[in-house]
Write a protein that binds this ligand. Structure first.
Ligand code: ZN
Ligand code: ZN
Length: 119
């Protein structure tokens, strides 16, 4: 959010520039600003980059493909435990996939879902 508003303010100072298309340019710019973004930490929303080490919850409901939680640190993992009322839980260290691996996984998951909805 701070990123978007900073950009808008800077653009406002340029005299004579058209206002149309600002939303689009902000969207594009923010996408380009995170080329390595894989996921955001489920607690603090910090970026977790492709191939970086992060933490996941051992509880199966936290690891469903659609809602899989990922945490940037054990402290962030720790913060979600009381929220979801886990009785027995531990954090597992994981390495994020590469961008190519991730895109392949996404395509595979989409294909599976399409097959399922056709039935
Ligand atoms: Zn975090
Ligand atoms: Zn959990």
């Amino acid at each position: 959010m701070a990123f978007g508003s900073a950009r808008l303010r800077r653009q406002g100072q340029v005299s004579g520039s058209p206002c149309r298309g600002i939303d689009l340019s902000v969207t594009l710019a923010s996408m380009e600003a995170h080329p390595s973004l894989w996921k955001r930490c489920s607690t603090c929303k910090k970026e977790i980059a492709f191939t970086s080490v992060h933490w996941v919850c051992n509880v199966s409901t936290c690891n469903r493909t659609r809602t899989a939680l990922a945490f940037c640190s054990v402290a962030c993992w720790d913060a979600h435990v009381p929220m979801l009322r886990h009785r027995e839980a531990w954090a597992e260290e994981r390495r994020a996939p590469t961008r190519a691996e991730w895109e392949r996984q996404q395509r595979a998951a989409e294909a599976k879902e399409r097959r399922r909805s056709r039935r």
